[in-house]
Design a binder for this molecule. Structure first.
Ligand SMILES: *Cc1c(COP(=O)(O)O)cnc(C)c1O
Length: 412
């Protein structure tokens, strides 16, 4: 009888299988980057439809229904304008509406995104003063106070701050920033970028005294990239200067006489349906429960990294847990291990981690997105995959990470 184990056919088959078929990455891929985030199946299904009538009917009602929920999510009674565009579009819209050419803005940079918003302000025609806190610290409010107090002639029109800078995963104290501005009696507008944080980390626009806030739909709001938002109050509207152009003007968008003024043209038809479903999901869960879920899952991630970093090169970028985002965790691991780990996780296991955005060298860092449509078993899957990657790549690390992580999930 032919022994299959010894037959040449069998050996060849085994080799062929190993070369061509052995993969642990087949199955549902998981994009654990800090935006775009995981899109719920319900959102995808809501978008899977024929183009609706844009002239009348359901689309108009669905669009109008988004407005109160967008205000609820931002915890504001003020205005919200929707733009077809990504977060960068909302950045420019916000700046164009409040600035006049030659105005000065103060940028409080705690990572790549603060710097980027400042560069855009310069492009819009503003003079930009920047306090750069580097990539590992939150905004130091005392330095802000000193800078604003020195501005005795009130040249600073607006203070630009990023709530969560996605490149560093630092979370800034926006309420404290407003208190600092009030304490020194500076009249500047407070403008906040909540593109990464909205729907993940608590943000209260009105209670915290924010005049303008920008966000997008593809992070905490769980919708494919493509629409973004600017919330603004009456003080910000009254500041409108000569940088505003008709397309970016927020006024017709918040108070449209005709439906088309919401978008200055054709509506983002499918995004409207997708966002409607995403907001329904968030409202059904309840905003407080959404925040609590993100808090516990973030603590789960941190518990694992605390163990891994006990020995070897792994280190969370932000040391103080109180200053860490609940939406994203930035990690230093040494060059080029950051890239090697990302590559291993993606090709071997089907998990995509975020790049070391805006860092030098970028391949010494990676980021874990834990924003939006994520639950406990997804986060345990991310952490288990990273744990395997550290072993496979012989990266020295402390043990007990998965044990610690499951403990957080078990005990809240
Ligand atoms: C993602 C992000 C942006 C940029 O948004 P895009 O949609 O990529 O233009 C800006 N700021 C922060 C904090 C972000 O996380």
């Amino acid at each position: 009888m032919l022994d299959p184990a010894k037959s040449g056919v069998s050996v060849a088959l085994k080799l062929f299988r190993k070369a061509s078929f052995m993969s642990l990455s087949n199955g549902r891929a998981y994009l654990a980057i800090p935006g775009p985030s995981v899109i719920p199946d319900q959102v995808l299904q809501a978008m899977h439809r024929a183009s609706p009538n844009i002239y009348e009917g359901e689309l108009h009602d669905v669009t109008a229904s988004l407005i109160p929920d967008l205000k609820t999510i931002a915890m504001t009674d003020q205005n919200v304008a929707i733009y077809i565009g990504n977060g960068h579009a909302a950045w420019e819209a916000a700046l164009a509406n409040v600035l006049s050419r030659g105005d000065t803005v103060l940028v409080l940079a705690t990572g790549r995104f603060g710097i980027g918003w400042g560069e855009m302000a310069r492009g819009v025609g503003a003079k930009v003063e920047t306090i750069d806190y580097g990539a590992q610290s939150p905004i130091d409010l005392d330095r802000v106070a000193a800078h604003l107090a020195a501005d005795t002639e009130g040249r600073i029109k607006a203070v630009l701050a990023v709530h969560v800078d996605t490149s560093t995963s630092v979370k800034n104290d926006i309420a404290g920033l407003r208190a600092t501005m009030d304490r020194v009696g500076h009249p500047a507008l407070l403008m906040a970028d909540c593109i990464a944080s909205l729907g993940c980390d608590r943000f209260e626009m009105d209670a915290w005294g924010v005049d303008v806030m920008v966000s997008g739909c593809q992070k905490g709001l769980m919708t494919p990239a493509g629409i973004s938002f600017v919330w603004f109050n009456a003080k910000a509207d009254a500041a409108q200067g000569d940088c505003v152009t008709s397309y970016w003007n927020w006024r017709p968008r918040v108070d449209p006489e005709m439906y088309f003024q919401y978008f200055n043209g054709t509506a983002p038809t499918h995004h409207i349906y997708g966002l409607r479903t995403a907001l329904d999901m968030m409202m059904a869960e309840g905003l407080e429960a959404v925040f609590a879920r993100h808090t516990t899952l973030a603590r789960t991630v941190w518990a694992a990294f605390d163990c891994w970093s006990a020995t070897g090169p792994v280190k969370m970028n932000i040391a103080d847990p109180a200053c860490r985002s609940h939406a994203v965790t930035s990690v230093e691991i040494g060059s080029p291990t950051g890239n090697a780990l990302r590559h291993w996780c993606e090709t071997t296991c089907g998990l995509t981690l975020g790049i070391g955005l805006g860092r030098d060298p970028a391949d010494a860092y990676f980021r874990v997105g834990h924003m939006g449509h994520v639950n406990a078993h997804m986060i345990m899957g991310v952490l288990g995959t990273i744990d395997a990657g550290l072993k496979a790549l012989d990266v020295p690390h402390g043990g007990g990470a998965l044990e610690a992580a499951s403990g957080v999930i078990a005990n809240g």
